[in-house]
Design a protein around this ligand. Structure first.
Ligand SMILES: [Zn+2]
Length: 569
């Protein structure tokens, strides 16, 4: 009977380990495969609005540049000179704060769930072309010449028939940035291009591979980028040209991004030159960048944009502003129509029977109407997902009651073992490892799995020692030593399942039509990594405990036998 129980527990732990592995993988894959609900029916772009009020717009994106570094006069003197004579704002973005989703937001003006950019940093061969209207296509339709000098991901993401001149590279260092700037300088001198986009990489590289923003090499990289910016400025005449400088995301102090920390979701925005009203404009949204560029170039507002042209920063004149307002209203209506269709919105029927989507749309509050469609569906699915966690956690109540009634001691030491495991894990993770509870601290799949395995091993070992000592596990039968260890592993896994179930309710098993809520999604992922290793190491520890007890007993038996047969001397 007892052997069968132990066998069942072994099988259960193997199933848990396998299940945790597949679930954690599916969570990352869901993120990887995420596409916008608008991908098959992008809203149609409106008409080109007017002749550009400026000669050209040069957009320099400094990958990974933080606001504090951008504001540092000593590190970035050229950028700060530009800031003082231009419009300055702090830009806010939304997770995931990886580069590819941020590029997509900046070029389309749509948030990551609609822009149809990747939600993750995909491999080059897995990148897809942006299905939604973006600033390059808008400029091209307006008859403007566009040029792009950038990291090679953009070769895949931007429709190349909208690009008249291009230079792409897979490099990420200073030498690469020099090449990128040289290509742009050539286009500026040729005077044939009205929209020039340059993406510089070395600050982001310093963030990832040279110790992050606290390392001196970070400021050195930012300083070199500032010099390159000086070279671009020297070729421009700000009476006719407009220059925009932003980054795509920040970096946490240890280096890294992708998560939801404020520091990775805040970026510098500096706009200077022709048609710009200087000043400090407080805070803007990342989705405002593409419509603002469109307003400077006179193109249509990118069709999927959820932002607004920051006309308060621009000197466009009354007529152009009127056209902008008019088209923006039409654009919002078109976006709403396509979104409602893509989301399967049926007025007054099914889950939408009680919703105020139609009245919001009728009032012209299209953004709110879209939000209502999103929230009603999300709420409906979350409610449906409450069942599984309820079924899952109900036996826990009975288990606790049973333990309290029958094995007070077991329960007490079990609680101690569980508390020690979780305390040690978070000590190792957050304090010793210095990691945050977000994707910003995940350098790669290998990194989080290796670190998770190590932290789980150490924590389980310490937790088990406390529990085994308190329970006197090693003084019992081998099978009891193994069984006790299994109980501890199951207890730890049960607690780990709480964040998993919470994320399941909020986000579903993995990212599907909506981007996941980042905090719960990451916590769930981290718990699944632990479940995998607690199951595996739990099996190992149980085997070792049983073996230790057997060996000890055999020695005792041998000793007794030897003492018994010894002739008296
Ligand atoms: Zn980036």
């Amino acid at each position: 009977m007892r052997n069968i129980r132990v066998l069942l527990m072994i099988v259960a732990l193997l199933v848990l380990a396998g299940g945790a592995y597949f679930w954690a993988t599916a969570m990352v894959d869901g993120f990887y495969a995420f596409r916008s609900p608008l991908k098959d029916n992008p809203p149609a772009p409106g008409d080109t609005l007017y002749d550009p009020p400026v000669r050209r717009v040069v957009y320099v994106m400094v990958d990974g540049l933080r606001v504090d570094t951008a504001l540092n006069e000593e590190v970035m003197p050229n950028l700060n000179a530009l800031r003082r004579q231009g419009a300055w704002a702090e830009m806010r973005s939304r997770p995931p704060s990886y580069s590819a989703p941020s590029y997509s937001v900046l070029l389309t003006g749509a948030w990551p769930d609609l822009s149809d950019g990747p939600a993750f940093n995909l491999e080059y061969e897995d990148l897809h072309v942006l299905s939604q209207d973006q600033i390059f296509s808008a400029a091209h339709r307006a008859g403007l010449n566009t040029a792009i000098s950038a990291y090679y991901w953009l070769e895949k993401m931007v429709p190349q028939d909208s690009v008249d001149a291009s230079f792409y590279t897979a490099g990420e260092d200073h030498a690469t940035d020099v090449e990128l700037v040289n290509a742009a300088l050539e286009w500026i001198r040729q005077d044939d291009y009205q929209f020039i986009f340059v993406l510089l990489m070395q600050v982001d590289t310093a963030g990832h591979y040279e110790g992050g923003p606290r390392d001196p090499r970070w400021n050195e990289a930012a300083g070199r980028v500032d010099s390159l910016l000086g070279e671009i400025m020297a070729e421009l005449d700000l009476n006719h040209d407009t220059v925009l400088v932003t980054s795509d995301h920040g970096h946490i102090d240890r280096g890294g991004h992708g998560g939801h920390e404020l520091v990775v979701l805040t970026e510098p925005f500096i706009l200077a030159g022709a048609a710009v009203k200087p000043g400090d404009y407080g805070q803007i949204q990342m989705v405002d960048v593409a419509p603002t560029i469109a307003a400077l170039l006179g193109t249509n507002k990118p069709a999927s944009s959820q932002g607004q042209a920051r006309v308060e920063m621009l000197d466009l004149g009354v007529e152009r502003e009127r056209l902008l307002v008019e088209q923006s209203f039409q654009q919002q209506a078109g976006l709403y129509e396509n979104y409602a269709t893509a989301m399967g919105f049926t007025p007054g029927a099914g889950i939408y029977a009680e919703s105020d989507v139609l009245s919001l749309a009728a009032a012209g509050s299209y953004a709110e109407a879209m939000q209502a469609i999103y929230l009603v569906r999300l709420h409906d699915e979350r409610t449906a997902r409450l069942t599984l966690p309820l079924i899952f956690f109900t036996p826990l109540i009975f288990l606790v009651v049973y333990m309290l009634a029958n094995r007070r001691v077991l329960f007490g030491w079990m609680a101690a073992g569980l508390a020690v495991y979780h305390l040690v894990f978070h000590l190792v993770y957050a304090v010793i490892g210095g990691r945050t509870y977000s994707w910003s601290s995940v350098a790669s799949a290998g990194d989080i799995v290796t670190f998770g395995a190590l932290a789980a091993l150490v924590s389980l070992l310490v937790g088990w020692v406390v529990y085994a000592w308190g329970m006197g596990l090693l003084k019992r039968e081998p099978v009891e030593a193994a069984e006790g260890t299994f109980f501890l592993a199951f207890g730890i896994i049960y607690i780990l399942s709480i964040p998993v179930m919470l994320s399941y309710i909020l986000n579903g098993p993995w990212a599907a039509w909506a981007l996941p809520e980042p905090v719960s999604y990451f916590r769930s992922f981290l718990s699944l990594v632990q479940v995998l290793f607690v199951s595996a190491f739990g099996l190992l520890f149980a085997g070792l405990a049983a073996l230790a007890v057997s060996l000890q007993r055999r020695r005792l038996v041998q000793k007794r036998t030897t003492t018994g047969t010894e002739p008296e001397g």
